[in-house]
Design a protein around this ligand. Structure first.
Ligand code: NDP
Length: 297
């Protein structure tokens, strides 16, 4: 069998960002509405700082109104929630994202629940999760939305009847991606750490979504020939080359063993440059969706 087609997340994210920028321009010109995104960063976590900077830069590049609030790690819970409430009330802001993880001592769940569900562009509020599970219009989490866009680009708009297996059941990725696949009329199985004979479950999948956080856990012989594989995992591992590894250098790999999987799958996302770039692009798209709904457009 020939090698799997590579699903290019970078190109898909570029195209989604251009589409978002065009929609932002249209909203401004026709309705005088500039979608606004507020990102809140608490503490100094280096990875979070990189993500937050990228979200700010990309929203500005798309023509949006963008604000970033940086708070110190010792910010009390009530001050953080007070900021969220003021953003809920701010008419220039249509999307609010509090960057996770929060420093110890802050209650992430309470902070997410303080966000107005109509501005919850991360799609993590229980109201949005409930709407999604009932098949109602919701703001869905960004990474799962990105997975669906990549799947539709690869397989076409009609996914109905396909067998989908999602490995992982987190609130951030596994559960919402399973709900979106169900909405698309797939037959969905959610696997997790207690699943028996995971290999056999994975082999049933026409669509396999891996969201586990374990480097290269899924080998090629767990994949049905011709299946479409969406690898959400981002894991940092030492280089295979012992010289580079000895220097302490690391690289990113997914939850799927790319080398063996590529020999079997029909299409596969690489790591990096697969699902990863889609997440921020979908955040921008969600902000536009939120702005449209808030203004009844
Ligand atoms: P979580 O740790 O919250 O969830 C992991 C899930 O994997 C759990 O449901 C867990 O099962 C399941 N699991 C763990 N071990 C096994 C196993 N041996 N067999 C089967 N299932 C197992 O992770 P996230 O969902 O937040 O993230 C998953 C991965 O996706 C990570 O690598 C993360 O970095 C990446 N990620 C990538 C993003 C992107 O932009 N591309 C965005 C978000 C995440 P159980 O519930 O039983 O414990």
């Amino acid at each position: 069998m020939s090698e799997a087609k590579l699903i290019d997340g970078r190109a898909a994210a570029d195209s989604l960002r251009s589409q978002v920028a065009a929609e932002v321009a249209e909203l401004r010109a026709r309705f005088g509405v500039t979608p606004g995104l507020a990102v809140v960063l608490v503490g100094e976590d280096p990875a979070s700082q990189v993500y937050v900077r990228s979200k700010g830069e990309q929203s500005l590049a798309a023509g949006m109104h963008s604000v970033t609030h940086r708070l110190s790690a010792d910010t009390p819970q009530d001050v953080l929630i007070g900021l969220v409430r003021s953003l809920n009330a701010d008419p220039a802001i249509h999307g609010i994202l509090v960057q996770m993880p929060l420093p110890q001592g802050l209650d992430e769940k309470a902070v997410v629940e303080a966000i107005d569900p109509d501005k919850d562009v991360d799609g993590l509020h229980v109201v949005n999760a409930g709407r999604l599970s009932q098949g109602l219009a919701s703001l869905s989490p960004c990474t799962p939305l990105g997975c669906m866009i990549l799947l539709r680009q690869t397989l076409g708009d009609d996914l109905s009847g396909l067998r989908a297996v999602v490995v992982g059941r987190s609130i951030l990725v596994g559960r919402p991606v399973a709900q979106l696949l169900l909405q698309a009329d797939c037959t969905v199985t959610i696997a997790h750490s207690r699943t028996r004979d995971l290999a056999a479950v994975c082999r049933e999948a026409d669509i396999l979504v891996a969201a586990v956080g374990r480097p290269r856990m899924i080998p090629g012989d767990w994949i049905r020939p011709g299946a479409t594989v969406i690898d959400v995992g981002i894991n940092r591992v030492p280089f295979d080359d012992p010289a580079k590894a000895a220097e302490g250098r690391t690289k990113l790999v997914g939850d799927v063993d790319f080398k063996s999987a590529r020999q079997v799958a029909g299409a596969i996302t690489p790591v990096p440059n697969g699902v990863g770039p889609m997440t921020v692009a979908c955040l921008l798209a969600n902000t536009v969706t939120a702005a449209r709904r808030i203004h009844g457009i």
